[in-house]
Ligand binder design. Sequence first.
Ligand SMILES: Cc1cc2nc3c(=O)[nH]c(=O)nc-3n(C[C@H](O)[C@H](O)[C@H](O)COP(=O)(O)OP(=O)(O)OC[C@H]3O[C@@H](n4cnc5c(N)ncnc54)[C@H](O)[C@@H]3O)c2cc1C
Length: 442
Amino acid sequence: MNSTDAGRRRPRVVVVGTGFAGYHCLRVLERRLPDADLVAVNPADYMLYVPLLPEVAGGALDPRHVAVPLRTKLPRTRTVLGSVTGIDLTDKTITAVDVEGRRKVLDWDRLVIASGSVTRLLSIPGVAKYAKGFKSIAESIYLRDHVLRQLELAEQSDDPAERGARTTFVVVGAGYTGTELVAQGKELTRHAGQDARWVLIDMAKRVLPNLSERLSGPARQILEKRGIEIRLETSVSEVTRTCARLTDGTEIPTRTVAWCVGVRPDPLVEPLNLPTTKGRLNTDRFLSVPDHPDVFAAGDVAAVPDLTRPGEITPMTAQHAQRQGRVAGINVAASLGVGRRRRYKHHDLGFVVDLGGWEAVANPLHVPLSGVPAKIVARAYHLLAMPANRLRVAFDWVADLLTRRLVVHFGLVPEEGISLAEADGPAKPQDRADGFAGSKAG
Ligand SMILES: Cc1cc2nc3c(=O)[nH]c(=O)nc-3n(C[C@H](O)[C@H](O)[C@H](O)COP(=O)(O)OP(=O)(O)OC[C@H]3O[C@@H](n4cnc5c(N)ncnc54)[C@H](O)[C@@H]3O)c2cc1C
């Protein structure tokens, strides 16, 4: 179907991706441009509050509660359920493939690219096939189901070696994603009544290498006190169905390797041949793409100058993506004659890392905290930052505190498992061009 309509009078704004940046951009556009035609293209009908995914994998939160429904929160936006596969800057059109494989062409007067990032898959043998990704609701549920099933299969086995392998879980990457996942995973297996072995691996010299050193020490202590093994300055050289081989020669028998080594920008912007920084599309401080005043970009996919650190670009965090989305919305409206445009400047407010139980580390306004005070800050931060479902998330947390966690798996994972490359639909051809593959956020 071709959705370009020559007689259209109302300006059309198309937003690619409804994650942190796209969602908050559309919220602003709905208020500021009551007469514009607003279209969002996204593979799912929700905005995913990604920072709480580790708690979904750990079974503390209902998956639906981290999904913000677009239908009710963005009533004026038409959502096309699908993925943008091409952008034509000359004809001002995008091509999208909807969830049933149908191709659509949509024209735009203003385009906002907010398609985020994909899991970074280094070309290490076996990773794409055997490692588990962790960036979407589907992947979190697969992982939880897989972990619980391994525990049950271990109980049924008479072979001690097999039992050991099935109850060993390896998480690669000690950034905030891997650190939170290993903490929540250990909690999950504890709730399931098993003393499982959890191993956290990273090339870096410390856990949380990209965050303040004052968070790393307490985080490491908390994890080690729970019995989680931490192996630093080490990486994985191969993953097979039954083990993880490390670069220091160690072989860890396991059926579970979770891949949390970070992300790279969405490859959608590569064919545009526009200037990029580390694969992210360059913008000016107004989030506009240079020489293309009708095109804006925000969030992980965009290289936005960090005005608080001259010469640097803003990091890939939800904190920036959300605020950049809002500024992109303001500036799109300004470009259509509504309001004045604004430059993007945001001082980092610090970071929170929830480690399950009563533990967390945080540095709100760069004051380092750990234990219960950090936990309170972490939870308050998420409740404030979540665009919806706050009450439901709060109820889940209270229920988890007062009642036994519901440890069930839904049998969603086929016997052979689900590989990183196929977890969220087939990767695009360009994902594989350089020896990398990508797994999409949902
Ligand atoms: C497990 C995990 C935990 C995290 N925890 C934190 C945290 O605690 N604090 C923090 O600040 N940051 C955290 N982050 C990082 C944070 O989630 C990202 O920086 C943030 O989501 C970026 O927002 P975005 O809008 O750029 O992209 P996203 O939120 O990823 O949204 C991109 C959207 O675009 C869609 N999309 C992608 N390609 C296309 C396409 N071709 N066509 C249409 N739609 C497309 C995606 O499906 C998605 O809905 C975490 C990330 C992960 C994976």
